[in-house]
Ligand binder design. Structure first.
Ligand code: UD1
Ligand code: CA
Length: 437
């Protein structure tokens, strides 16, 4: 079986991001860019990856594994120099390497697969190109009369005529092990920038008679992120893809107003109204309905449940099958069983709510005493009257009834009625509005 190594370059400083966060850790769809690239390589079936980082890149350590080795490029001396920083990973059992850029988050598994296939199918080198009417800044592919690639010219080293070329280098390159990979050593730094350019491998290959091919990908897939405007562009492409995927099974009334994360799971026959934001860790079950202006993070919405409009849920919440969560309800770390109803204006945090319980408007679980968080347990079928405060830790038994306006500080047994509020005093004819006799 052929073995492929992905070499992911992420040692660049990313100065143009103007950020204290390393460039490749900036997120697209809630996932750091470099992790998008690692995931794409993995789902393309690439067995091993080598991540090239700058000195002191502590963020990379917890990504290392048997399948992912880390390599430090102490000085940023160019993309060829960066690939060679990973040469320890070029073991004898590797048949091909594929070079990917950590700031190129939209590259797909299918494209990586296509590039690797060209090399495993006999090419020495495969270059991934794209076309753009605004090629400034990219390396250009120089083709011969037969359409074969002979060299890649970087912007700074290009002649006026070469700059007019709109066929550009994406940076993705697959290289066969053996002579083509060894040729990396021959790359010199005699160019305008004084760097070791990976792209010079093509001109060397032309001299040495390598079999070199190129493939084309859409611009959206190979877009590099160098500044925050490009980060926003990449996010837009990501969202477009995520919306298309969601539309395979769900109805989105205004897809362009719905925002997904890289891991959002959307079931069948789901309806998502306008202006909904899915943070990370959200799964929506079949037949569920997400009403407008709802914000969900780290939440499972079970089949047939409904949430919103204007609802917020986070912190490991599970909304049970058929549950109904209405407007201005906030849920945090709440386990809601089947058929729970919380229709209006409530905060339910660090709580368990049993099946078919009904939580009235304005119910608050007082889960925080200023120092610690405490749990509230509400039994199945319980009824919590409007405007009740449940001071945790506290439990309300199954089928119990809490009168509205109660401040509950003691456990309520199953089937009990609890009333915890000032008694009403009614004084006949004492309304201040009543004219004095
Ligand atoms: C590179 C390509 C160019 C291509 C463009 C596509 C070269 C010489 N040029 O240019 O042909 O059109 O990408 O976006 O390859 N890196 C390191 N160590 C280094 C230098 C770079 O790890 O010493 C990493 C960067 O972190 C980045 C990637 O390599 O992830 C690309 O480097 P960058 O400087 O952005 O290359 P470009 O000038 O964009
Ligand atoms: Ca770049």
């Amino acid at each position: 079986m052929a073995r492929t190594l992905a070499v992911i370059l992420a040692a660049g400083k990313g100065t143009r991001m103007r950020s204290g966060t390393p460039k490749v850790l900036h997120k697209v769809g809630g996932l750091p860019m470099v992790d998008h690239v690692l995931a794409a390589a993995k789902s393309a079936g690439v067995e091993r990856a080598a991540l090239v980082v700058g000195a002191g890149a502590s963020w990379a350590t917890d990504r290392a594994s048997d399948a992912l080795s880390l390599h430090v490029q102490t000085e940023q001396m160019g993309t060829a120099h960066a690939v060679l920083a990973a040469r320890e990973a070029f073991t004898d059992d590797i048949d091909a390497i594929v070079v990917l850029f950590g700031d190129n988050p939209l590259v797909t598994a299918a494209t990586i697969d296509r590039m690797v296939d060209r090399v495993l199918g006999g090419a020495d080198l495969a270059v991934l190109a794209f076309r753009t009417d605004a090629p400034t800044g990219y390396g250009r592919l120089l083709l011969d009369a037969n359409g074969h690639v002979r060299a890649i010219r970087e912007e700074r080293d290009a002649t006026e005529e070469e700059r007019a070329i709109t066929l550009c280098n994406s940076g993705v390159m697959a290289i066969r092990a053996g002579a083509p990979l060894d040729a990396l050593q021959a790359i010199e730094a005699n160019n305008a920038k004084g760097e070791y350019y990976l792209t010079d491998l093509v001109a060397i290959g032309a001299e040495r008679g390598f079999n070199m091919v190129w493939e084309e990908a859409p611009l959206a897939e190979v877009m590099g992120v160098n500044d925050r405007a490009q980060l926003a562009d990449a996010e837009a492409v990501f969202q477009q893809r995520a919306r298309s995927r969601a539309l395979e099974t769900a109805t989105l009334i205004a897809p362009e107003t719905v925002f997904f994360s890289h891991d959002t799971v959307v079931g069948e026959d789901v309806t998502i109204e306008p202006n909904v934001v899915f943070g990370t860790g959200v799964a929506i079950g079949d037949g569920a309905r997400i009403y407008a202006f709802t914000h969900l993070v780290d939440t499972v919405v079970s089949p047939g449940a409904a949430i919103g409009p204007f609802a917020r849920s986070r912190g490991g919440t599970n909304v049970g099958p058929g549950a109904k969560i209405g407007n201005f309800v906030e849920l945090k770390n709440a386990a809601l069983a089947t058929g729970v109803k919380i229709s209006h204006l409530s905060y339910i945090g660090d709580a368990g709510v049993g099946a078919e319980a009904n939580i009235g408007a304005g119910t608050i679980t007082c889960n925080y005493d200023g120092v610690n968080k405490h749990r509230t347990e509400i039994g199945a079928g319980a009824f919590i009257g409007s405007n009740s405060a449940l001071v945790a830790p506290v439990s309300i038994g199954e089928g119990a009834f809490v009168a509205s306006g109660s401040v509950i500080v003691e456990d309520v047994p199953a089937d009990a009625l609890a009333i915890a509020r000032g008694r009403q005093a009614t004084k006949p004819d004492r309304s201040p509005l009543k004219p004095k006799p």
